[in-house]
Design a protein around this ligand. Structure first.
Ligand SMILES: [Ca+2]
Ligand SMILES: [Ca+2]
Length: 249
């Protein structure tokens, strides 16, 4: 038992890995042939992804109500990432989170039509900010090992990056290996990470008891009781009997 209690003391609280979704998604560069909000609103997913089910959660085929993709500025036969930045800018997303997390993995569901499609993004740059996007001191480049279909692809960051804002840039697609690729697209994105425990939480306790007012009320009640007792001793109606001399009766 002593050893168990000691282990609890030294281990500290356990912080569980969780699925983290951005609170807001903003497309900073690129276009929206299908809207960018489809990357983070759960559209096309078979269920809300959690840490226990995301590996078996699948994403439907790409459409205007399930996925995001760019325009095809070079025409249907072009490679989006071979075009000039002026006509086909690298797509950039600004992702903000409700609080700061320690991010460990990038997760995405791909852009497919029941068959793999070359529009699906293959390479990514992630930049991490802890000051709401004023600065991005940490960045990492990721390459997908394979194109996806309905299931999620998880890309480990190989480190833990604290951030409340992430800038995500897509730097390549699968044009070289699969049909399609005149656009850049994805189905849905999430992250894995943990949420640090606030070392000095502010606990907001409603003022159920005002000790100052309570003490004043108690003092007032004591004074009133004392006054009543005094009054009772002086007032016959409250039990003070007058003894009359029988000679006078
Ligand atoms: Ca989606
Ligand atoms: Ca490519």
């Amino acid at each position: 038992m002593k050893q168990f209690l000691a282990s609890l003391l030294f281990c500290g609280p356990l912080i569980a890995t969780e699925i983290i979704a951005p609170a807001s998604t903003q497309l900073l560069a690129g276009t929206e042939f299908f809207p960018a909000i489809n990357l983070t609103n759960g559209s096309g997913l078979t269920q809300i992804p959690t840490i226990s089910n995301y590996r078996t959660t699948t994403h439907a085929a790409a459409s205007g109500s399930t996925a995001w993709t760019t325009d095809a500025p070079g025409g249907g036969a072009a490679d989006y990432f071979a075009l000039s930045q002026a006509s086909a800018p690298l797509p950039v997303f600004l992702l903000t989170f409700a609080k700061e997390h320690d991010f460990t993995d990038f997760i995405y569901w791909g852009y497919h039509f029941g068959n793999p499609n070359g529009n699906e993004a293959k390479s990514f740059t992630l930049e991490f900010s802890t000051d709401r996007g004023s600065t991005f001191p940490d960045s990492i480049s990721l390459n997908a090992p394979a194109i996806s279909l309905g299931n999620a692809t998880t890309l480990p960051l190989d480190a833990s990056y604290p951030a409340n804002t992430i800038r995500l840039t897509l730097t390549d697609n699968w044009f070289e290996n699969f049909g399609g690729g005149d656009r850049a697209g994805l189905g849905e994105i999430r992250f894995l990470g943990t949420t640090p425990i606030d070392p000095a939480p502010v606990i907001d306790v409603p003022p159920l008891v005002d000790f100052h007012l309570a003490s004043q009320a108690l003092l007032g009640r004591n004074l009133e009781n004392r006054r009543r007792r005094r009054s009772r001793h002086q007032n016959p109606r409250h039990g003070l009997r007058l003894r009359l001399d029988p000679l006078l009766s």
